[in-house]
Design a protein around this ligand. Structure first.
Ligand SMILES: Nc1ncnc2c1ncn2[C@@H]1O[C@H](COP(=O)(O)OP(=O)(O)OP(=O)(O)O)[C@@H](O)[C@H]1O
Ligand SMILES: [Mg+2]
Length: 226
């Protein structure tokens, strides 16, 4: 299962004209691989993720998520696709303050199929995968920024997504912790066969990812200049 964008153009209203955030962007991300997206601020990186996540409908082009053509779907079907097939890691974790780490993950399962009790095993397994099994009962204010980011990543994997979209996972972290988050994402991508796209400003670790693409003024080029 893959993520495929073909000739995607996205514009936003901008005064009397329109601003082109994505200009005929094509990208193919196979299952079990991680593609990094680099580029200057405002070049369209988050817009690319928003389109891939079906949060924004492009003006033109095709977005196919795990074999499903998204263009013809109703808003409700897009929401179901997001819930069941797409894991999204926003830059800000948006954790719920009153819930413990394990409950943050269980909420995701509850949204899609019900039983909180049945989801506990999977939530604990994922907390273990991100190295936080011993923090399962902590609430967000009792954890570090890096730990909250790892909870955020684990939560995105709770419903076994085919596609994992990650915006700037390492920007708030120092170099060593940034490398650890990238290792974690690479490992999870391989183990869980997700088609992963990761936006990053940190070029230091890019030689380890499966591919790097570069955004500039809404256009995507491959590979990124070193
Ligand atoms: N909702 C919106 N309405 C209008 N313009 C927008 C909207 N969202 C983004 N833009 C514009 O689209 C362009 C691309 O924005 P985008 O957020 O994709 O950039 P980015 O590469 O993620 O930048 P950064 O590295 O700063 O996060 C920018 O010029 C931005 O101002
Ligand atoms: Mg952005």
């Amino acid at each position: 299962m893959t993520l495929t964008l073909t000739d995607v153009t996205l514009t936003y209203p901008d005064g009397d004209t329109r601003l082109t955030a994505l200009d005929r962007v094509s990208l193919d991300v196979p299952a079990g691989t991680l593609t990094a997206v680099v580029g200057p601020s405002g070049s369209g990186k988050s817009s690319l993720l928003a389109v891939a996540a079906t949060l924004v409908t492009p003006d033109q082009g095709r977005v196919v998520v795990a074999g499903t053509e998204t263009a013809g779907l109703s808003r409700a079907d897009q929401a179901a696709l997001r819930r069941d097939r797409i894991g999204i890691v926003f830059q800000q974790p948006h954790l719920l303050p009153s819930l413990t780490a394990v409950e943050q993950l269980q909420v995701m399962a509850h949204l899609s199929h019900g039983s909180l009790r049945a989801s506990r095993g999977r939530a604990m397994d994922l907390l273990d995968a991100v190295g936080l099994a011993d923090r399962a009962s902590r609430r967000p204010h009792q954890m570090s920024g890096g730990q909250r980011q790892r909870i955020n990543i684990a939560r995105a994997l709770m419903n076994e997504p085919a596609v994992l979209l990650v915006d700037e996972p390492t920007s708030a972290l120092d170099h060593v912790r940034g490398a650890a988050v990238l290792d974690l994402l690479l490992g999870l991508t391989r183990e869980r066969s997700t088609a992963t796209v990761m936006v990053t400003h940190d070029r230091a670790h890019l030689e380890r990812v499966d591919g790097t693409v570069s955004m500039e003024d809404g256009r995507l080029s491959l590979p990124a200049p070193a």
